[in-house]
Design a protein around this ligand. Structure first.
Ligand code: SF4
Length: 287
């Protein structure tokens, strides 16, 4: 019978663990608790918390709330969200990850710093991603977001640049962007960069590569919206082309199981352990 193994190093990072713990603690007290956006990029975990009473709202719905409690997830929020909460008498349960909070403060400090230099604050990240919106919000919308190296070519190299990264982006691509800017920036201006990539993701790469290469078949469990999920899944695929991204046991194609002698299950920082265990049990029952 094929061996099925769950990767010990996969599962929630401390930022997500804290956000979920805070939600559970608040829900246990009773009363209504809203969450601004999905608490984690994993629909099954969102459903589990919904069954416990957590109500997910989007920003438009949030602006219409009054006199209630709202949890802010690990990704963080722009200052505008806190202003709305104050205006509408909303108690904020702030589960912004400390790593994101530090990055927000750093960007805000740079933005508000008195200086004669004309600077471009650049964030390497995904346009529209909740964390990036929170970061751009620290600069009243002035920061420039670049998603990949090609977009760095559009920067104005005659003006100073301060470069930051969304916490879950690829370290490799960040370093390429740094090298490109260094090569093209005018000697008359300054370039400073801050590697603000969270090691909860980057440090998992060597481990996940080792895990993926030690199995015939890999099921990578992650919500399709998770950016760290995409990075870690790509790493699995690089070392093991027989790697498949799934969100639930229903997505497993039984034909893949035939002939595999060792099957590995791993996931993102937003993947609950219980879900990987559920998938492991489903696989065992089918082989
Ligand atoms: S990946 Fe890092 S920054 Fe993002 S929530 Fe987890 S610990 Fe925080």
């Amino acid at each position: 019978m094929a061996k099925v193994e769950i990767d010990e190093g996969s599962g929630f990072c401390f930022g997500v663990v804290t956000a979920i713990r805070k939600a559970e603690e608040e829900l246990a007290k009773g009363g209504t608790l809203y969450c601004l956006g999905d608490i984690v990029h994993n629909s099954r975990e969102v459903e589990r918390l919904k069954a416990m009473g957590l109500i997910t709202v989007n920003h438009e719905e949030f602006r219409r709330l009054h006199d209630t409690k709202v949890l802010l997830r690990a990704h963080g929020e722009p200052p505008e969200t806190y202003q709305t909460a104050k205006r509408n008498n909303i108690e904020i349960i702030d589960a912004t990850c400390p790593v994101v909070l530090r990055l927000q403060k750093k960007i805000k400090q740079e933005y508000t710093l008195e200086s004669n230099e004309e600077k471009q604050i650049v964030i390497y990240g995904k346009n529209g991603h909740a964390e990036v919106l929170g970061l751009v919000g620290q600069t009243t919308g002035k920061a420039i977001v670049i998603e990949k190296l090609e977009e760095a070519r559009l920067l104005d190299f005659s003006k100073s640049i301060r470069l930051y990264s969304q916490t879950t982006k690829s370290l490799d691509e960040f370093q390429k962007i740094v090298a490109y800017i260094k090569e093209h920036i005018s000697p008359e201006v300054t370039f400073e960069y801050y590697d603000t990539i969270c090691r909860q993701v980057a440090n998992r790469i060597p481990n996940i590569r080792k895990f993926a290469s030690s199995h015939d078949l890999i099921f990578f469990v992650s919500g399709k919206k998770s950016s760290n999920g995409k990075i870690l899944f790509n790493e699995c695929r690089k070392v093991n082309p027989n790697s498949h991204l799934i969100d639930s046991a229903q997505e497993i194609d039984n034909r893949l199981l035939a002939g595999a002698e060792s099957i590995g299950i791993c996931g993102a920082t937003s993947t609950p352990k219980w879900l990987m265990e559920e998938i492991s049990e489903a696989i065992k029952s089918r082989i």
